[in-house]
Design a protein around this ligand. Structure first.
Ligand code: HEM
Length: 225
């Protein structure tokens, strides 16, 4: 019997990020389910419209507060570097392309992952870009449009400013469709670690397992993300 590669553990997900993440994940799933019930009342009838709206509103406000946990953590710690490990846009672009090629082709050929995890380099270029767009643009937009729709009267001036109820509601629903797809794609990509559960375990314990001797620019056989 041969021994597998020697692994060491590195701390990549600090506690506030893990709490934010799982509250956010369960919150998004709840918002999607109650959102479906609110929008398609004539097709689905699991809970009453009133209950669906009450739960949707309450969870929405919890996630607005929770968003600031994520924001403040990255604003006030040096961990913001995980989102900007490279200063050269050209290198970032090349790494993004390499990573996309790996997910679309190399992974099926058994090629090693081009990205290697380290404390300040926990994301590959594709993750870094995607997470930034999601957390700095799409999630805030979803939370703001949700808050405006929550009380159209109170926020009438802001709703008008953004082009009226139809525009605000359309943006909210388009983002809902995006996040519904994301809820499937994101855990799939997260299951491509050195074992299917490796990244899920890391988001619970904080520790990612990497091969002994591996570095950010390092060797083959790394966690496959
Ligand atoms: C069923 C729901 C979800 C599951 C199972 C899940 C799973 C995971 C796992 C395993 C990671 C760590 C590996 C990685 O960095 O990719 C992660 C990270 C992350 N996820 Fe999720 N996720 C879920 C929902 C969400 C949602 C709804 C969002 C945003 C709207 C989200 C945003 C993120 C972000 C931004 C990170 C990086 C966090 C950081 O370290 O700063 N996730 N997720």
């Amino acid at each position: 019997m041969t021994d597998g590669p020697r692994m060491r553990r590195i701390y990549v997900h600090p506690l506030p990020i893990r709490i934010w993440h799982w509250l956010n994940a369960f919150g998004f799933v709840t918002l999607i389910l109650t959102g479906v019930q609110i929008r398609y009342l004539d097709v689905i009838n699991v809970v009453s419209f009133k209950t669906a709206v009450a739960v949707h509103n309450a969870v929405g406000w919890v996630l607005i507060g929770n968003f600031f946990v994520w924001l403040c953590f990255y604003l006030f710690t040096d961990k913001i570097r995980v989102y900007h490990p490279e200063l050269s846009p050209l290198k970032h672009f090349r790494d993004t392309f390499r990573q996309a090629r790996f997910y679309g082709y190399g992974i099926f050929k058994g090629e090693p992952n081009p990205h290697h995890v380290s404390v300040y380099h926990k994301f590959n270029a594709l993750q870094s870009m995607t997470y930034q767009v999601i957390m700095q643009l799409l999630v805030p937009l979803q939370l703001v449009t949700g808050a405006l729709l929550w009380d159209l009267h109170r926020f009438a001036a802001a709703v008008d400013f953004f082009g009226g109820v139809r525009v605000v509601a359309t943006v909210h629903v388009l983002l809902f469709i995006f996040f519904t797809a994301f809820i499937f794609a994101h855990p799939y990509l997260a299951s491509l670690g050195h074992t299917p559960g490796a990244h899920f375990k890391a988001m619970i314990t904080g520790y990612e397992e990497v091969e002994e001797g591996e570095s950010a620019s390092g060797a083959a056989g790394a966690p496959r993300r």
